[in-house]
Ligand binder design. Structure first.
Ligand SMILES: Cc1ncc(COP(=O)(O)O)c(C=O)c1O
Length: 451
């Protein structure tokens, strides 16, 4: 089997890619240098320091499944704003709806008629009756966790090792050398997360049963498949076990479909016939106009009502002044009605299959000890000979230097992959030519490793 860990060779290759990026992006560099004056590290949001290039390409325009940078290069975009633009950039239907709404009131803290359609459509897709709106998936998760603790009167929550659900304090926990503790890098945690949260490995039903047995956990917050430490799919029967154990212990089950909406119009919940108590979803639901939702069923709504102080509704820790504003609700209506449709998924999912087949062909040709994983219209490769079964296994296989080299190699040749791991997402406007271009370049990159 080929050894991909020749560090010296990789270092030389990476340095050459860095030099090429700098030579081809003088305008971005100029902006980045000026930006140091008033933005920490020269970027408006700290994640933007995580690109593989010495500084990020500054964007000029983004349309459909591509964008151009201020240096005049065009990129096929498989990152799509890390799912925020899974709809493609500025889809016409959302732009029209948002423009119309922009001209007649952005936020009034009153409902608009669009919200009825959005909630009804979410109910049709995901099977839960009641829906509420937030601005980000982080907030949707925070609000869902609060409601779960409110109705169960239990103090703790449970998440999976190396899951990610946004910058929600309680969820930033991992198992470090066998011991639960703050996720490495967790900045300024309000409390030690082991006080609020239990953390277990994905696909381990015995660990789940043990953690929920004392009856102190309000809810399990889970993606239906992990997506933030690469894709880690559930074992056959895992979801049935998860649902049975949560029900047996009176624990609520919250499914976060923010990334797994890639599986189809109703996410994995619809595709796999799941029955969660709550669902959260954000990112692409407004085509990138900040919007998110959380939903729950009738019985949970009744429980919320039995112990709800309406006089404190504005200060109960749930909601926000701009949540449910007319602009985001109009964007969601257009996105659900005209962009992330059955027809769009029928185009996007086969493209992800094509992408994965192309990558698999290269892995086979060079006998790379890597796997390709796919969920709906999302696919990626991972430097491990067999798919990981949980977050711990996936994290142990991460190879940051290899990952960064492959990312920058693609960027320099006009393809933007999702950073943190080389993940590709298909938009309704992605073409077979875009996918095949990736396959050709992936082969070149594999060949460059000299294996
Ligand atoms: C599964 C999942 N849930 C929630 C979030 C939080 O989304 P946001 O950063 O838009 O609040 C993320 C972000 O990556 C995510 O991957």
């Amino acid at each position: 089997m080929a050894d991909t860990r020749d560090r010296a060779h990789l270092g030389t290759l990476f340095a050459a890619e860095e030099a090429r990026f700098v030579a081809e992006h003088p305008r971005s560099r100029e902006l980045f240098e000026k930006a140091q004056a008033h933005m920490l590290d020269g970027v408006p949001m700290n994640w933007m320091t995580r690109w593989s290039s010495p500084y990020p390409p500054f964007v000029d325009e983004a349309h459909g499944a591509s964008f151009t940078c201020v240096d005049g290069h065009r990129y096929i975009d498989f990152c799509l704003g890390d799912t925020g633009a899974m709809t493609g950039h500025s889809p016409a239907a959302t732009v029209a709806a948002a423009q119309a709404q922009l001209a007649c009131g952005i936020t009034t803290m009153l409902p608009t008629e669009d919200s009825l359609w959005v909630a009804g459509e979410l109910s049709r897709r995901f099977g839960l009756q009641y829906w509420q709106v937030a601005l980000t998936a982080t907030d949707a998760n925070r609000f869902a966790l609060r409601l779960a603790r409110h109705v169960t009167k239990r103090p703790m929550i449970l998440v999976y090792n190396y899951s990610y659900h946004g910058s929600v304090d309680e969820t930033l926990i991992t198992i470090n050398d066998g011991v639960p503790g703050p996720k490495p890098g967790n900045a300024g945690p309000s409390v030690d997360p082991t006080i609020t949260t239990k953390v277990i490995e994905w696909n381990d039903l015995d660990a789940l049963a043990r953690a929920l047995e004392p009856g102190d956990v309000a809810c399990v917050l889970a993606e239906p498949a992990l997506t933030n430490i690469g894709i880690v799919l559930p074992d056959e029967g895992y979801h049935e076990g998860l649902r049975r154990i949560t029900r047996d212990t009176g624990t609520l089950l919250i499914i976060d479909e923010t990334h797994t909406i890639c599986a189809g119009p109703g996410g994995c919940t619809q595709a796999w016939g799941l029955h969660p108590d709550m669902i959260t979803l954000g990112k692409p639901i407004g085509s990138g106009v900040p919007s998110a939702v959380y939903g729950f069923g009738r019985s949970l709504a009744d429980l919320i009502h039995t112990d709800w102080d309406y006089r404190a509704a504005d200060e109960c820790g749930i909601g926000g002044t701009l949540a449910g504003n007319a602009l985001s609700v109009a964007a969601m209506r257009a996105t659900l009605g005209e962009v992330l449709t059955e027809a769009a998924f029928a185009h996007m999912i086969p493209l992800a299959e094509r992408w994965a087949d192309g990558v698999q062909g290269v892995i086979d040709e060079f006998e790379l000890p890597w796997v390709v994983k796919r969920l709906g219209c999302r696919a990626e490769y991972w430097p491990r000979p067999v798919p990981p079964r949980n977050g711990g296994e996936a994290a142990a296989a991460e190879d940051e230097r290899l990952d960064r080299y492959l990312h920058l190699f693609m960027l320099n040749r006009g393809i933007l992959m999702t950073p943190f791991h080389n993940m590709a997402l298909m938009a309704p406007q992605t073409t077979a030519e875009d996918v095949d271009r990736h396959t050709v370049l992936f082969r070149e990159a594999a060949a460059s490793l000299g294996l």
